[in-house]
Write a protein that binds this ligand. Structure first.
Ligand code: DX5
Ligand code: ZN
Length: 230
């Protein structure tokens, strides 16, 4: 089980302090949302900001690229300290080359699928990735409500991983709070990206501990064993 606070929900006026807070929170990853104002209708931050944050923590930097042309950004983010880079399957014919390029740069390879996109679209890439990220809101903004219709995709990703003997992690991103995280864990998710909910806690450390405890318990529920047709 991995808990990954999303920096998008941090106070940008004191980013360094916020990263230090994540560093001492017991979280596993720091999720970094990169938005280009084109693939999604919002802009966040770029490699220069990530580079300034890198010396502040040894946490795993999970870079989520919501960008129409991520190819030009891969090397800059690796140089800035990314440990993993995830690109969207909605980029279609560009995806294969992007995954190879990320791997060749020596970092972990992630693939993301948006709520309206059928999960079948990620299937050809499953043996080429380290991380599959199921968007549980439409990307672009923090603080949105979890879309429950995405949960069967998590179950499907879990079943495919088992039946093909693969080992990619299965993440959920968007509207993940203490309740929806439990539902995701029951469906087979093992990596929980949470912005608004975790950063909204008085104690981030307490929030991470609580979420970890809840999802650990939920992952043992029979729902986790449910098998959909592969
Ligand atoms: C949404 C981003 C998410 C976002 C999640 O476009 O990809 O990572 O930060 O934030 P919350 O937990 O607030 O939904
Ligand atoms: Zn994200």
């Amino acid at each position: 089980m991995r808990i990954a606070p999303s920096l998008l929900a941090a106070n940008f006026a004191k980013l360094g302090k916020e990263v230090a807070r994540v560093d001492s929170s017991g979280a596993d990853w720091l999720h970094l949302d990169i938005m280009d104002g084109n693939f999604v209708p919002n802009i966040s931050f770029g490699p220069a900001v990530v580079k300034t944050l890198r010396p502040l923590t040894s946490k795993f930097f999970d870079v989520h690229l919501m960008c129409a042309k991520p190819d030009v950004l891969l090397e800059p983010f690796v140089k800035a300290g990314a440990d993993q880079i995830a690109v969207h399957v909605e980029l279609g014919s560009a995806v294969t080359a992007l995954l190879w390029r990320i791997k060749s740069l020596g970092v972990k390879v992630g693939l993301v699928v948006n709520p309206p996109t059928p999960i079948e679209q990620v299937r050809p890439y499953l043996d080429k990735i380290d991380h599959l990220l199921v968007m549980t809101v439409n990307p672009g903004f923090g603080g949105q409500s979890f879309i429950y219709e995405t949960l069967p995709k998590v179950q499907r990703a879990f079943t495919w991983r088992q039946s093909r003997g693969l080992s990619y992690t299965i993440g959920v991103d968007g509207g993940v709070d203490f309740k929806t995280a439990v539902d995701c864990a029951g469906a087979g998710a093992d990596t929980f990206i949470s912005g608004t909910s975790l950063f909204g806690q008085h104690s981030l450390r307490g929030g991470v501990r609580k979420m970890r405890k809840l999802v650990k318990a939920a992952s043992c529920l029979p729902a986790n064993q449910s098998v959909l047709p592969a």
